[in-house]
Design a protein around this ligand. Structure first.
Ligand code: HEC
Length: 298
């Protein structure tokens, strides 16, 4: 019996050691274990649709208006709205506002049914509809009507509101909000806007030009075995590519030698230079500056 007990005692210690061992193993690898558990963000064509980008917006200038004059519906306003609706909206939203116009048949999602107030992308209140007309819901097939003067848009909204008696009352708060958002009483200047993807392409294009220049400079500097300037540059660069990148991306260093010296002395190492560069004598500075000024065209 005693023998067995001793045996159990050993097993107990072994198991304990095993647990401690595994625990330490776990702790040692905790970084990899937890890193692997974090799902990497998925940036693919399914989650980021082209449509999610900013639309092209042509900048415009809207004349100032007094919003309170358009806050309540009048027969004149609704009549005006009806006229515009017929020419601009009916083809999609339909005669009775049911979203059943012929131009909307093939659209998915369907044009909004103005008789039903649920499931709108923007709110079906006065300010939500104004937002829709200003910005559009372009990713869903509803264009921006920011080209229409605000008066016309208010008239349209009053007409759309006649399709149901369930539209919420127009509140002073939303009028104030509209006023602050769109500075209606001051008039609104909308700047041009381009989609982010286009802006990115432009940056990439610009970057490509610079990166080609850098490549060519690298080649010519390395080929230039006898030029004193090229030699000084190589001797004093920790990372020549970085040096060239900073030179090509900052525009003012080549205006004067002093400007160049202060450019180099500022964040020297971050710009790819060795700190030895700061100890160049005046002649060497001149040689280096002249060499770069002549060989790097910004
Ligand atoms: C080419 C078809 C088309 C035309 C023309 C059109 N719309 Fe739309 N409209 C749509 C579609 C599609 C939607 C649905 C958007 C959504 O589901 O978010 C929509 C939605 C709306 C909405 C609701 C947005 C929301 O919050 O869900 C309003 C308000 C609206 N349109 C007003 C107008 C007015 C006013 C006009 C005329 C000046 C007009 N639309 C012209 C297709 C059109």
């Amino acid at each position: 019996m005693k023998k067995y007990l001793r045996f159990y005692g050993i097993i107990y210690i072994l198991i304990l050691a095993l647990i401690i061992g595994l625990g330490m193993l776990y702790l040692n690898n905790i970084n990899t274990i937890t890193i692997n558990k974090i799902t990497p963000p998925v940036f693919n064509t399914i989650t980021v649709k082209q449509d999610d980008d900013l639309p092209y917006v042509k900048g415009s200038m809207t004349p100032p208006i007094e919003i309170n004059k358009f806050a309540s519906s009048t027969p004149e306003l609704t009549a005006k709205g009806k006229g515009i609706y017929k020419t601009q909206c009916l083809s999609c939203h339909g005669e009775d506002g049911k979203g059943d116009g012929i131009a909307g048949v093939t659209l998915n999602p369907k044009p909004r049914n103005f008789q039903i107030l649920e499931g709108w992308t923007n709110t079906p209140d006065f300010k939500g509809m104004y937002k829709t007309l200003q910005e559009g819901v372009t990713s869903r097939g509803m264009a921006s009507y920011s080209n229409l003067p605000p008066e016309d848009r208010f008239a349209l909204i009053h007409y759309v509101r006649t399709f149901s008696d369930k539209y919420p009352k127009i509140t002073d708060e939303e009028l104030t909000e509209l006023e602050t958002t769109y500075s209606l009483s001051k008039g609104l200047k909308t700047p041009n806007q381009i989609p982010v993807s286009v802006a990115e392409d432009k940056l990439i294009e610009k970057y490509k030009v610079i990166s080609d220049k850098i490549k060519n400079s690298l080649i010519s500097i390395n080929e230039n075995k006898n030029d004193k300037g090229a030699i000084l540059l190589k001797e004093n660069s920790g990372d020549l590519k970085k040096v060239l990148t900073s030179l090509y991306n900052y525009k003012n260093w080549n205006e004067s030698e002093n400007q160049f010296i202060s450019f180099v002395n500022n964040y020297t190492v971050q710009k790819g230079f060795k700190s030895t560069v700061t100890q160049l004598n005046p002649d060497e500075w001149t040689v280096l500056f002249q060499y770069l000024k002549n060989s790097i065209t910004l």
